[in-house]
Design a protein around this ligand. Structure first.
Ligand SMILES: Cc1cc2nc3c(=O)[nH]c(=O)nc-3n(C[C@H](O)[C@H](O)[C@H](O)COP(=O)(O)OP(=O)(O)OC[C@H]3O[C@@H](n4cnc5c(N)ncnc54)[C@H](O)[C@@H]3O)c2cc1C
Length: 268
């Protein structure tokens, strides 16, 4: 049974990741919620503004990190929450990024804010990198100013093959240019010993999943996080229905084999 009453959490720290994206570190006022796991999300309620689902982007002792892009009323209120503000939090909700099998190669592919839900998985893998084969993190953004978690990238690069690409490069940009699937084409992995994790806009996940399937990765080894708009987060309202599934109740993390038909759009 999920807790449905928001618990007050205080904004202990906030960091601007880019012009419209902020990472909030939240600490509980009293008893914390149950521990979150990579891939799960919380319903965040900036008092008086409304409530939205936001994935956990950092899981540390006593601290819950969320990275929010301001796209509307509630996300904007969260991005403007100052240190010391109180926010209502309920959760944890949703399915998790399952840990890859020991020894397998790992391919993590994100588009834009989609890197945020993958960050706790990356942190987990960094802590046990010896247990896996080659770990690749491929992240696409619209432009260099939107790159997330800049201060962490050197550590990621030390232990993984982390590469970035942007749609619109600017002078001085040293990463790639173009869709994140172009990075995937240059990425080495063993298709039959590989676990893939994707999060970003649905067209990006479709294109990436197709490229992985074409390289021989089985559909059930490709995990995607579907961030369909939702309201209750407990399977009651039906707002996030996708074919026979409710994203809040059955997801947001799914095997590609389970959602491919419902996400497929006719080829032009
Ligand atoms: C499981 C889950 C995890 C999420 N994790 C994150 C996260 O880590 N960081 C983050 O910034 N956002 C995340 N989101 C998206 C976030 O919930 C939406 O941006 C938010 O609900 C928008 O609410 P709003 O009131 O700010 O804007 P609204 O005024 O409700 O919407 C503004 C615009 O954004 C569109 N929109 C709203 N929700 C979504 C959505 N889910 N997907 C695509 N377009 C949408 C609307 O159609 C509208 O065009 C997640 C969503 C889900 C379902």
């Amino acid at each position: 049974m999920h807790a449905v009453t928001p618990i007050p959490y205080r904004v202990a720290a906030r960091r601007h990741e880019s012009a419209d994206t902020v990472t909030l570190d939240l600490v509980p006022a009293t008893e914390p919620l149950r521990p979150f796991r990579p891939g799960q999300f919380a319903m965040l309620y900036p008092f008086g503004a409304g409530e939205i689902p936001v994935s956990v982007s950092r899981i540390a002792d006593g601290v819950l990190g969320h990275t929010v892009r301001a796209v509307g009323k509630v996300s904007d209120a969260l991005c403007r929450a100052e240190t010391g503000c109180w926010i209502g939090v309920r959760g944890p909700y949703g399915t998790v990024w399952q840990t890859p099998p020991a020894g397998s190669d790992v391919v993590i592919v994100s588009g834009g804010i989609g890197l945020a839900p993958l960050r706790p998985l990356i942190h987990q893998l960094l802590g046990q990198a010896d247990a896996f084969g080659r770990i690749s993190v491929l992240a696409g953004f619209r432009n260099p100013g939107e790159v997330l978690f800049l201060d962490e990238l050197p550590r990621w690069r030390y232990l993984t093959d982390t590469r970035l690409t942007v749609d619109h490069p600017e002078p001085g940009w040293r990463g790639g240019t173009g869709l994140v699937t172009t990075l995937l084409a240059d990425t080495a992995f063993r298709p039959d010993h590989c676990a893939a994790y994707l999060c970003g806009p649905e067209p990006m996940m479709r294109a990436t999943a197709r490229a992985l399937l074409a390289r021989g990765v089985p559909g059930e080894r490709i995990r995607v996080s579907l961030e369909r708009n939702m309201r209750c987060a407990t399977g009651w309202c039906g707002h996030c229905q996708l074919g026979p599934t409710l994203v809040c109740r059955d997801g947001p993390v799914f095997g590609w084999d389970r959602v491919a038909d419902d996400l497929a759009i006719p080829e032009r």
